[in-house]
Structures are given as C-alpha cells and as structure tokens.
Design a binder for this molecule. Structure first.
Ligand code: TMP
Length: 201
C-alpha cells in the first residue's frame, strides 16, 4: 500500500501525515513515513539545493533536481519497502512535479510524465490524498511559520497555477481524493481515515 499526500503550500500535510501514522499504528500497521524532495541522505542534500532561496534555478534544472531526488528515493526507500509488503506514506511524489514544474513553471506535461516513468520505475501510488487550499490562505499560514524557501517565495500567480494542476490531476485519476484543507485538523484527519480504511481492508 502506497499512500501519497499532496497539496499547495500551507495545506497542513505534516499534521495529517502524523495523524494518519498514529491511526495506522493503532491498527497494527507500522508505516514507512517519508517525503519528497528527500527521504534519503542524497535526496535530502538535493532538497537543500532546490529550496535554497539564494539560488537561481531554471524550470528544467528544477525538474531534473526533483527527479534526481525522486530516483534515489524510489530506489533506496519506496521500492524496497513496497517489496517487503510495508505501507509507505510519502509527503509528496511525482504529482507535485506535474503541478509545480508542469502547470506552475510551464514545462511540457508529456516530458514530465515520460522522464517520471523512468524515475519511478513505474511505481504508482494506490491513493493520493490531495489537501486543497486557496494559495492565498496557504501562503498566509506559511508566512506565519517564519522564513520562506525558494518555492514558497514564488509569486501568487505561480501558486494558483500549481493548485489548478493538483485539482486537474484529482479530476482525472480515481486514485486521487480531494479534501478541503481549511476545515479543522481533527475533522480532516477523521475523513482521511474514513477514506484510507477501506483500502486497508
Ligand atoms: P514541502 O514544502 O511539501 O516539503 O515541499 C517542498 C517544496 O517543493 C514545495 O514547495 C513543493 C515543491 N515540490 C516541487 O515543486 N516539485 C516536486 O516534485 C516536489 C516533490 C516538491
């Protein structure tokens, strides 16, 4: 079972991943919790480069860096865990590249999907939980947290395109489930659990 959380900035993924992990553990399932970009030492090093607000990075380079981070993550963490029958919960996967580098930065979607097939070795999430939030609201939440990274600093029109990219993917794929991320964290955790439970059974 491979579960992915996605969403625009400030959607509250971290809180929801913790809540889901806790519920899974109570059911006797010890999930592998991981994230992108990151999840391995090399991928975390790439993350530092990608998110550095002092660096100028072109859309193509940005996508290749996310892909490099993902390739290592799939090889080192996701694939071995799934092969061992473990449940993997990842904070983002390639849907984020489609939304951010495709819809947001304007790279061709065909190109993104083609390279991604190689990078992910064909691994697809069973369930993608999209926490949807208006970017204006999401970025307000991010600003309240403190310093912004390179992506969070991008302008509002970029973040609106990213949200659109997520919503389009959710419309087009039955494995995607969309949730209103402005409701209370407790309520959201409850409906996410109700969505995940049938997949476990
Ligand atoms: P995070 O804030 O969810 O940890 O993700 C880091 C940032 O990287 C966030 O702004 C989303 C962005 N991102 C992409 O642009 N493309 C990707 O493929 C991934 C995984 C993340």
């Amino acid at each position: 079972m491979f579960i992915v959380f996605e969403g625009p900035e400030g959607a509250g993924k971290t809180t929801q991943i913790k809540a889901l992990a806790k519920r899974l553990e109570q059911k006797g399932i010890l999930p592998v919790i991981t994230r992108e970009p990151g999840g391995t030492p090399a991928s975390d090093a790439i993350r530092t480069v990608i998110l550095d607000p002092n660096l100028e990075i072109s859309p193509l380079t940005e996508f290749l860096l996310y892909s490099a981070s993902r390739a290592q993550h799939v090889t080192e963490v996701i694939k071995p865990a799934l092969n061992q029958g473990k449940t993997v919960v990842s904070d983002r996967f390639y849907g984020a590249s489609v939304a951010y580098q495709g819809y947001g930065r304007g790279l061709e979607l065909d190109f993104i999907y083609n390279l991604t097939k190689r990078v992910t070795q064909g691994i697809q999430p069973d369930l993608v939980l999209l926490l949807d939030i208006d970017p204006e609201k999401g970025l307000e939440r991010v600003a309240a947290r403190g310093q912004k990274d390179r992506l969070e600093l991008a302008d509002l029109s970029f973040h609106k395109k990213v949200r659109e990219g997520f919503l389009r993917q959710a419309e087009g794929h039955s494995s995607w489930k969309c949730f209103d991320a402005t409701q209370s964290a407790e309520q959201l955790a409850k409906i996410i659990w109700e969505t995940v439970l049938p997949y476990l059974e």
